[in-house]
Design a protein around this ligand. Sequence first.
Ligand code: COA
Length: 155
Amino acid sequence: MSGPARNPIGIRDVNFGVGVAVVEPCNLYGCTIGDNCFIGPFTEIQKDVVIGARTRVQSHSFVCELVSIGQDCFVGHGVMFINDTFAGGGPARGRKELWRETRVGNRVSIGSNSTILPVAIVDDVVIGAGSVVTKDITVAGTYAGNPARLLTLRK
Ligand SMILES: CC(C)(COP(=O)(O)OP(=O)(O)OC[C@H]1O[C@@H](n2cnc3c(N)ncnc32)[C@H](O)[C@@H]1OP(=O)(O)O)[C@@H](O)C(=O)NCCC(=O)NCCS
């Protein structure tokens, strides 16, 4: 009897800056991680993701293809990024042309267990724990809820 096809998790083809700390196990492949970043355990960071210097990605987060995250950001525990919105009525499967990108600015802190749909987020934003970000955030401030709404403008 044959077993399942098995692929080990691990770190493959990653472009690391200097001073990066990674806590294994995690699944990082084809991405770029800037200087002095921290990547927690049980994270997956996919191909072509770019993460800026000094950003921390806490455990159990998923950063998918077509995501870029700026410098000095904090990605809390269990943050999920999305590139496939099921725009075609279900998972895009091989149709990557249906995927959409997410761009996170600098000094953005994302609370634990948040979900980030394909959006752009400006610099200096805080996103509350458990938020679902469905629209671009174009003004610096604190946002929370499902869907995420502005709580306070940045002073
Ligand atoms: C969003 C956040 C930064 C707001 O903090 P704050 O400015 O001190 O806000 P307050 O606690 O005064 O709450 C203000 C209002 O927002 C609501 N609120 C706060 N956090 C919320 C959240 N995550 N989701 C939904 N609503 C939230 C409060 O209930 C309150 O509502 P009200 O005015 O109707 O009473 C904070 O609550 C938060 O979620 N931080 C994330 C922390 C985190 O995930 N850390 C990860 C490492 S452990």
